[in-house]
Design a protein around this ligand. Sequence first.
Ligand code: 26Q
Length: 801
Amino acid sequence: MTKENFEELFIQKLREYYALDISEAGDAELLNTLGRIITSYYNANVVETNKVYAGHHVKQAYYFSIEFLPGKMLKNNLLKLGLLDTVSSALAEMGIDIEKLANVEKDMALGNGGLGRLASCFMESLAAGSFPGHGNGIRYSYGLFKQRIVDGYQVEIPDDWLKNPNVWEVRKESRAENVRLGGNVYLVPLPNGNFKPVYENAQILRAVPYDTGMIGYHNNTVNNMRLWSVEIPASEEWRYDSLQEKRQFEDLTSVLYPDDSNEYGRLVRLAQEYFFVSAGLQSIINFQKKNHIPMEALHHQIAVHINDTHPAMAVAELMRILIDEEDLSWDTAWHVTTKVMSYTNHTIMQEALETWPIGMVQQVVPRIYQIIEEIDRRFVEEMTGKHPHYLIENTRIIAHERVRMANLAIIGSHSVNGVAKLHSELLKNVVLHDFYTLYPEKFNNKTNGIDVRRWLHLSNPALGEVLDQAIGSGWRDDIHQLRQLENFIEDDQVLNALAAAKLTNKKHLAQWIFEKQGIELNPEAIFDVHIKRFHGYKRQLLNLLHIMKLYLELKENPELEMHPRVFMFAGKAAPSYQFAKMNIKCINEAARLINNDPDVNQKLKVIFIEDYNVTKAQSIIPAADVSEQISLASKEASGTSNMKFMLNGALTMATLDGANVEIRDEVGDENIFIFGLTEKEVYEYYHNGTYNSRELYQNNQMIRRVVDTLIDGTIPNVQIEGGELYKTLVDYNDEYFVLRDFESYAAAQKRLDLDYGDQRLWQQMSLINIAHAGHFSADDTIKQYADDIWHIQAIDPKGSR
Ligand code: 26Q
């Protein structure tokens, strides 16, 4: 498409859709028109892609995830189609600023954090690699709550993202599926020895898919992210006794559960899990049947990935379809199912491992419960005599009156993977050790990765230009070419250009913060950034305590030698997670104190950016000098923002946790700031039970002074919150070893401050980080999933296989 073509088309379509000329149209109308032009541009490729997949009987992978976090799509889609420059400049010629339109689009925020964002990066990389792979999830009417900070507190506001039409989705009425929930089920014996289930009083819900194209980067592939929305079929309305009862079912796909730490004993969540799993599997199987694939051979045609335990019922649902509806024997169905399914674990936090009370599962999905029981029975039968009793009891699915979803996923899958080397080792050796004893061959590692198009090309054009100048633009198609940067480690021109790009991004961010919050930032200060969900193990409190240490030192000696520093935080706390919310309050009050104190505020500032989301990450990360990755070792499965920061030239302040370990291995100890306990030391403390935080507090004067700022009025307006945080640190033995790691952290921060003083050295370290970030491209991660787990092959719809 040329600029002229586009301009003509745009004017014509704006008239056609809205009966408006450009000068009269509002931003939303302009955005929708643009969106519809783009979708009609790539829809031909959607059809083409599907034809090729069907016609060649191509094996396809389906990523089942209860969360996706794509962010905004306008510029992303244009970039993928190779139209970003043409369209931006054509719009500019017509007096339209594409940035303004991009900002009108709402973030698609159908996820909580890392797990949802990873799913979206994977969608991008599947399409970029021309892999036949799609998403399957839920179209929540309300995404993750919006966060406002009022008087320092988090306030949650519903995210009514569908108020404006979503131009990227297509409602596919013809692909709707029925999903059965509740009621009773009886088994009637059949002459062939099988049983036929007879249902009574079940609710039949209609699952309607909304498809969003996942566009390959400079290729012809357009895969599909299929999100399901619930409706009640007219023929079923009579079943509902009251409006309220009907509403309950209509609300099934209304909200995303905003809790990534504490288990919700909620029927709706369980029903959501079954709803998207059942609809997804039915639609996949319908496609295969239309394609005349025999069900015994299903595993040659499809791979289904269980993203964390939330879609684990896929194991039982596929069994149900194969035995109840397709008349396969149990053994054949089980063979097919376990070959189809694979599972990723994303957490080692015990409280996040999902289990459901038996009664609840029976009530919501009675037939699924029966099948789970039978899987459990056969598992125990098979293992008895081969393995000790305790091992079987630890690994069976049903125990202590509960259904353990991880156990279901592991037993029903051929592959179980962790998301970073350290995490996968911990799974084998600790968290899932008993399963590892039973099924060592299932366990493998797939270190997470990121979509470099969004996290560099799109979000950091300033750096992109410097790279083009230094090493040519080959990195835009092959991210590993970033390694060529290393040839310029002594090149002052390149080092200065990197510094200049960073400064540009910092000025942008500072300007934006000034407009939002009225706080002036010195762009020459170190921008030190801690952005992620608020959680005890991620230790925002450790960062705060170190800030208070600097504050006390500056108060005592305003001439203290230190480079000016801006500490930035952003992130949401689960609405029910009081500890996390108290951290937010204390950070905001400390910020108010520090930013308004002329004794310190030339050297120290603290900023809390409200309502963290994908779009905000895209402007914060390119402006960061320092990336805070300070979780207690062994607790962060991988982390993915750590990779985004590295790619954007920030240096990492890190514990040896999750993928930080692999970042350290890539860049070398000299180019990262490592501190704190190792995972082994943490486990030793657990083992020996010798940690005593009160003793540390009492015997270490510096720690005591800093911790006391929570309760002695130094941080104002936190009588309750400060007191509670103090108690977790001193009275409840500091679950996440904040005090234990404090001195080590402070020392690493001191080293960082000194290193920043040597700007040439700093730029060299930054360069090394960028040069090695290609190692964490999700394109490579997806290639490994494709080869080792899903056994799918790349195929370009317009090229050959
Ligand atoms: C569970 C029950 C009820 C409601 C919600 C939930 C729930 C929701 C979200 C449980 C877990 C999550 C999200 C977990 C998550 O984001 N984990 C992160 O996954 C990333 C991708 O692998 C890793 O990089 C992070 O280390 C990990 O914390």
